[in-house]
Design a protein around this ligand. Structure first.
Ligand code: NAD
Ligand code: DAU
Length: 353
């Protein structure tokens, strides 16, 4: 069968990538979807069990830092478009090992840009390079205001600095070489298949197993939470409809201080686990703050809503319950990802706090 498009999705075995791959494979049988992922600690093919045998899906294990392998693959496969999500994504790990973030997030992105520029050189306009980025590139807000697409970049962590750098390279390839790029910057995602180093799955797992809940600082930092499937829907709309060279912010209009969010999670968990009122909250433990911890993120996604008609689909309370249910039901998935190296990571990260 010949496909209308052959889309490379990088990082498709990770949290957001697996939701995006699933959406595209199911929604667009006329596209061939090639998922390229190095399967780092965060990549897990079990996230894609339900679609792995579909005839329009294929997996390639490859490291985007390996420039030769990437150019060879691009020449062989002649992808029509790229949606790039592969990244080192956890802020705490970027504080422990910044160089790894430069390698994957900066060098890896430049390798993909070079390979795309080369294979599309005859007809740049016919192909799209979509770069998935984060609101963290904008830095930290005070008590008021929101990030718009024109907010100046001001990254504070090695993670956000590496993502900001990759965004700049993507824009530079649009301006300099005419590569048809699009960038979106999204707020905090939550939902199924998220690796339990990030706040929500980590705390769900700790509550379940009666482990302390390590709240950084005073728990006053604010994040804007978005259902991961709504992010995938936004990427779909932007990929198909946005003008080349454009940027879109994606967010949930759903700001929570960490401590309020954690208390709500504790209530939901008490209910789901049949525990007494207030039992899970007793696990809350204030620990040393994250270095360079951004105070507040909030996304103004009105451009996306106005231009392309996207809005979040789910109320947060409903999404949180669904998320808790998923982690409580998928015990084997959780057991597999929290065995082995995870224990070492956990001790390294939290014992010293
Ligand atoms: P994740 O850590 O769950 O997944 C990252 C994936 O990339 C993994 O499958 C991993 O194996 C793969 N990968 C890492 N290094 C690689 C390399 N060198 N070569 C090939 N594959 C590699 O991350 P996520 O939370 O799903 O984030 C996906 C993207 O979305 C990232 O670019 C991130 O910056 C961005 N983002 C994330 C959020 C969020 O809340 N999680 C919000 C906004 C933007
Ligand atoms: O805003 C988008 C970003 O959201 C993405 O670009 C990142 O890839 C993603 O990891 C996420 O970054 P955060 O640093 O906001 O997410 P994290 O889940 O690590 O932390 C959320 C908040 O909770 C943050 O203020 C730090 C705090 N926290 C986190 C952990 C892991 C704690 O208090 N204790 C913890 O143990």
């Amino acid at each position: 069968m010949s496909f209308k498009k052959k889309i490379l999705i990088t990082g498709g075995a990770g949290f957001i990538g697996s939701h995006l791959v699933r959406l595209f494979v199911n929604k667009y049988p006329e596209y061939q979807i090639v998922n390229l992922d190095a399967l780092t600690y965060a990549g897990n093919l079990a996230n894609l069990k339900d679609i792995e045998n579909k005839s329009n899906y294929r997996f390639v294990k490859m490291d985007i830092v390996d420039a030769n392998a990437i150019s060879k693959l691009f020449e062989e496969e002649q992808f029509t478009d790229i949606i790039h999500l592969a990244a080192e994504s956890h802020v705490d790990r970027s504080i422990t090992n910044p160089t790894e973030f430069v390698m994957t997030n900066v060098i890896g992105t430049v390798n993909l840009l070079n390979a795309a520029k080369f294979i599309w050189r005859e007809n740049m306009k016919a192909h799209r390079f979509y770069h998935v980025s984060t609101d963290e590139v904008y830095g930290s807000l005070g008590e008021t205001g929101m990030f718009t697409e024109t907010t100046a970049y001001d990254p504070h962590s090695p993670y956000s600095a590496s993502k900001a750098s990759s965004d700049h390279f993507v824009r530079a390839y649009y301006d300099t070489f005419g590569l048809q790029t699009v960038i979106s910057n999204c707020s905090n995602n939550y939902g199924s298949y998220q690796f339990p180093e990030k706040l929500l799955p980590l705390f769900i797992n700790n509550i379940k197993t009666y482990k302390p809940l390590p709240v950084y600082g005073k728990g006053e930092n604010i994040r804007d939470w978005l259902w991961v499937e709504d992010h995938a829907r936004a990427i779909d709309v932007i990929f198909h409809q946005a003008a080349s060279g454009s940027t879109y912010n994606i967010g949930g209009h759903n700001e929570w201080t960490n401590i309020d969010l954690i208390k709500l999670l504790c209530k939901v968990m008490d209910k789901k686990l049949g525990r007494g009122k207030g039992e899970s909250e007793k696990l809350i433990t204030y620990v040393t703050d994250r270095a360079g911890h951004d105070l507040r993120y909030a996304i103004d996604s009105s451009k996306l809503q106005k231009d392309l008609g996207w809005t979040p689909s789910l109320q947060f309370e409903e999404g949180l319950e669904k998320t808790v249910d998923w982690y409580l039901e998928n015990t084997e998935w959780l057991a597999n990802v929290t065995s082995g190296d995870y224990q070492k990571y956990y001790e390294g990260q939290y014992a010293k706090r």
